[in-house]
Write a protein that binds this ligand. Structure first.
Ligand SMILES: *Cc1c(COP(=O)(O)O)cnc(C)c1O
Length: 397
């Protein structure tokens, strides 16, 4: 087979396909003079509610802010603990630490790479306020079991769904299975915009209004409504949130929030791209099946798929006992791969602390030492996949 050069992800291919649809809506937005909030953002939030089957969709500046805002809106901060997984992107635990709470790690399951519900209870203390499962690589976590533990101890559940838009668990969309969920529209995610973007979803009316207020300095009518939801006595003016420039509410602030809004241009892009998400996720699943079938009988361990879940394959992680050697061999043959995640979070310098030594979370550590993520983006061709499979079969650990 002739040698090829294959990136882990090629965003230009998708751009070329959608160029004629995307460029006019971006230019229209620029010409409109409305760059923050406005009709494109409102339209996107409604479409996301419909797509996910959730009552509230609150867009924000990025996925990390989404996590931070939800934690703050739940009143989680100094002195509190939040249980999460060490096998995730840094931002998951960073958000918990950023609000002054302590991320308490819990080991993961070998087949899902997600929080092990059987190990959750032993991590719960009087300080525990919430559990933050991550649907890593697009594989849904064991939400029924996690929700049951949360219910038993009166804890909130925040889904880090940044890698899992479009994934499903027992017939329901990821992002509707806890008290709130957070998504990212970073360009490399399954639904990405042309910069940073994020989303909070919830069925909790009060939580939604507090998040809406927080993304905008706790100001305006949303700020007043949020303060009311938080039990403060506030007088509501007889006007709508409406136009930010001329709104009498604008310079009244009711709580300490931040500035984290999705730009109108990004919303315009996402309004177009959202209609393609299911077809892209379907392509990813087909590519995954193609790899898995081709590697039956090999020494590689392929991702587990479950009948009651729809994995959206943000990443296709192969497991091998020769991680670095395989990555090198693929690179020598022109194939890019991802090492997600080389270091589990409990071994990151900033989270150093009692109990967080090597060996503390053996499953997460083992997975970190084994995973090699292959190209799985929707536009990947069959010819490219055949080449990758051919090289994988030539590898002699
Ligand atoms: C990408 C990601 C985030 C952060 O999202 P940003 O939009 O980059 O801030 C958080 N958690 C996980 C699991 C992610 O993959």
């Amino acid at each position: 087979m002739e040698s090829m050069k294959i990136p882990l992800l090629d965003l230009q291919r998708q751009y070329k396909q959608l160029k004629d649809e995307l460029e006019p809506v971006m230019l229209e937005t620029l010409a409109s003079g409305g760059y923050i909030q406005g009709p494109r953002v409102m339209h996107l939030e409604q479409s996301l509610c419909d797509y996910l089957g959730v009552r509230h969709a609150v867009t924000v500046g990025n996925g990390t802010d989404a996590l931070v805002i939800v934690l703050k809106a739940m009143g989680i901060g100094a002195g509190d603990e939040v249980i999460t997984t060490p096998f995730t992107f840094f931002a998951t635990a960073e958000s918990i630490a950023a609000v002054g709470a302590v991320p308490v790690f819990c080991d993961v399951c070998e087949d899902t790479f997600n929080l092990d519900p059987e190990k959750l209870e032993e991590k719960i203390t009087k300080k525990t306020k919430a559990i933050m499962p991550v649907h890593i690589f697009g594989q849904p976590a064991d939400m029924a079991e996690i929700d049951a533990v949360a219910k038993k101890y009166g804890l909130r559940v925040i889904e880090d769904a940044c890698q899992a838009i479009g994934a499903e668990y027992k017939g329901e969309k990821i992002g509707t299975l806890g008290d709130a969920a957070c998504f990212s529209f970073f360009p490399t995610k399954n639904l990405g915009c042309f910069g940073d973007g994020g989303l909070i979803t919830t069925n909790d009316d009060d939580l939604a209004i507090i998040c809406r207020a927080m993304r905008e300095h706790g100001s305006g009518k949303n700020g007043a409504l949020a303060a009311k939801a938080m039990g403060q006595s506030v007088e509501l003016l007889d006007v709508e949130q409406g136009d930010l420039l001329y709104n009498p509410y604008k310079y009244f602030n009711y709580l300490i929030g931040c500035n984290s809004r999705l730009d109108a241009v990004q919303a315009a892009v996402l309004n177009v791209k959202l209609s393609y998400l299911d077809s892209w996720n379907k392509k990813r699943a087909e590519h995954a099946e193609y790899y898995t079938k081709a590697l039956i009988g090999s020494a590689y361990r392929t991702p587990t798929v479950f009948e009651d879940r729809k994995h959206c394959f943000h990443q296709y992680a192969l497991r091998t006992d020769h991680k670095d050697a395989l990555a090198d061999f693929l690179a020598e043959n022109g194939i890019a791969s991802g090492a997600f995640y080389p270091v589990p979070l409990h071994l990151q310098k900033v989270f150093e602390g009692p109990g967080y030594q090597k060996g503390a979370f053996p499953v997460a550590e083992k997975i970190c030492a084994q995973t090699v993520c292959l190209p799985i983006f929707p536009e990947l061709t069959e010819e490219e996949q055949d080449y990758i499979i051919d090289i994988l079969k030539k590898f002699k650990g």
